[in-house]
Design a protein around this ligand. Sequence first.
Ligand code: TYM
Length: 360
Amino acid sequence: MGRKRVFSGIRPTGPIHLGNYLGAIKSWIQLQDRYECIYAIVDYHGMTTPYHPAEMRANVRELLIDYLAAGVDPERSILMVQSAVPEHTELAWILGTVTPIAWLERVPTFKEKAEQHPDYVHLGLLSYGVLMAADIVLYKAEVVPVGEDQLPHLELTREIVRRFHHLFGVRIFPEPQALVPQDTARIMSLTDPEKKMSKTLGPRSLIALSDPPEAIREKIMKAVTDTGPSGERMSPGVANLFQLLKIFGTEEEYRSLRAEYDAGTLRYVNLKRTLADAIIRSLEPFRRRRAELENDPAYLERVLRDGIRRARAIARETMAEVKEACGLLRDEPGLGEAGVAAAAGSKAAGEQAPEAVERR
Ligand code: TYM
């Protein structure tokens, strides 16, 4: 038996931010030693909200650089682009035929996005979760490292897997488990700390990993702290800053500022200055590595070509099993002819057409 598989992905909708890093990528990097990891740039998902076609390829390239600069290692993990492996959409279609529409309408992100972009509510947005399920099960992934906001999608994936197995009388896919980090499952926006840090809230609400030091400092200094009168509990904005300090600052910085807060003597400007310095310091190696990668397009191309080739090899194997189960023609090398012969009712191929599936 090979190593268990991990799959995760990010939409190429702009530079990755601290939420993406702490919610997902940090776990991705830790998992590389123990699992066979596949990390995708999910451009088809990026199409489900309004976007500019002219920016898409550049965003894919920037995201690839972000993955590599953050520590995803193409020697150990597969880095790939979703649209380059057509089996993702092929499987999504098949899974779509077993997914009741009511399941999709209750997914929270569908409702949110439909509210955000009322003129852009389409079939692709509704079936977002089906494509995500296909992404994961195409590689028979068992572990999916993500932030907390993705949990409803993982639950939907498991439901789709169970229904597929039930309807077709097979057991092809593992039921994948989300891996959500304990302390950093949900990093909050700097401008609106009741909401999660997100590209949709604008660049001032987030720290991008590629932000220059001045931008980081400016955004942290302007971060919302207490909005109303200070109560018993720490406000969400201050809690978010302390959470970030715990990750990026030294133990001593965290302990002493936290003690000042508890004593009621903390000046937020000091907390912010210390935090800005700590983030700038921590992201320095990332920025350096990023600049090197920017200048090495040949390497980037090699990484992607290799990743896509390795991903497709796995994807083709799964699709052969799925098509067999569904009674569809199989088209992988060497089996295509047999599949066609079976569908035509010819016994020469020594194969039988799969039996009709009783669908309830
Ligand atoms: P996306 O592109 O919105 O976000 C990528 C990852 O970053 C995490 N994340 C956060 N974690 C903590 N705090 C935050 N403020 C924060 N913001 C974002 C997300 O949880 C996610 O892990 N649907 C997915 C992409 C996807 C996918 C997949 C993921 C498509 N297919 C298959 C896993 C497996 C999404 O939109 O992520």
